[in-house]
Design a protein around this ligand. Structure first.
Ligand SMILES: [Zn+2]
Length: 279
């Protein structure tokens, strides 16, 4: 695939209805390239519905990914909560595969006051079990833990890249807005480029050739992310991010999670295309 595809997290606001199928059709009408299906409140799509989604997406030329439910914590202290979290990832991956989605994004865990390295070893163990089951079921979707925006949440770039390096079939979801909100910095060309270099060093060039990126404007305070904003109402340096992605020849999908969804997805796409032309 050449370059980057741009799209929305969920069905665009201007779709005929909020259904996934109308969302895919609207993405194509707008000239965008991808959409993330938001199963964030639960996987409420059956197999027949997923097959239809796959058919429509293939016909419209829209690349799909899926976001797993928010209610996942692979560092939960109760075994039943771990099992429920694992099931939610598996359920999302199963329906995503039928939809033809190549990636499943999820929020891995909360620290719950544990040392980060304790949380890491639990997350790695329980995610490893999920990967084993997916492999047995011949499910090839990339499982992508996301970089998170609050210091209470598991998911620094280092933690995410370590999981990807250690577990087969796991790849990163790089949410640049989250990392900016969490640190208060990471908002310049040089800093974005340093993350891309880190990805290349840890996971190889192939990881830059198949990236999954989340972008939005973002508001933040001492405890990190407070809410998503539209890009132009935020301080997020999206032009510098796009410059870094271009210079490192990153390929893959960019999912826009601004409140205005398709407006900012189109802004990102147009800005990126202008950069491609002007060099
Ligand atoms: Zn997310």
């Amino acid at each position: 695939m050449a370059g980057l595809l741009f799209g929305t997290g969920g069905t665009p606001h201007s779709s005929k209805t909020s259904s996934t199928i109308d969302g895919i059709k609207r993405i194509a009408e707008l000239g965008l390239g991808c959409m993330e299906i938001e199963f964030v409140q639960g996987v409420r799509m059956g197999e027949a519905g997923a097959r239809l989604v796959a058919e429509i997406a293939a016909g419209e030329g829209v690349k799909l990914s899926a976001h797993a439910p928010y209610f996942i914590n692979l560092n939960a202290h109760e075994p039943e909560k771990i099992r429920a979290s694992q099931d939610r990832i598996l359920q999302t991956a199963r329906i995503a595969a039928i939809c033809g989605a190549e990636s499943v994004v999820f929020h891995a865990a909360f620290y719950l006051g544990d040392l980060p390295e304790e949380a890491y070893s639990r997350v790695k163990k329980y995610l490893g079990e999920v990967m084993h089951q997916l492999k047995r079921g011949n499910n090839r979707a990339w499982i992508r833990p996301e970089i998170m925006g609050k210091p209470s949440q598991f998911g620094t770039p280092e933690e995410i890249l370590n999981l990807c390096a250690e577990l087969e079939g796991v790849a990163p979801c790089i949410d640049f807005a989250h990392w900016h909100a969490r640190t208060g910095v990471f908002n310049s060309y040089q800093e974005f480029a340093s993350i891309l270099r880190e990805i290349k060093e840890r996971l190889g060039r192939a990881a830059l050739d198949d990236m999954h990126i989340h972008v939005s404007g973002i508001a933040y305070g001492k405890k990190g992310e407070t809410k998503h904003l539209n890009l132009k109402e935020s301080d997020f340096s999206y032009v510098e991010l796009l410059q870094a992605l271009r210079h490192y020849e990153a390929r893959g999908v960019v999912i826009c999670e601004s409140p205005n969804l398709e407006e900012d997805a189109l802004l990102l796409q147009e800005t990126y295309n202008t950069l491609l032309k002007t060099g």
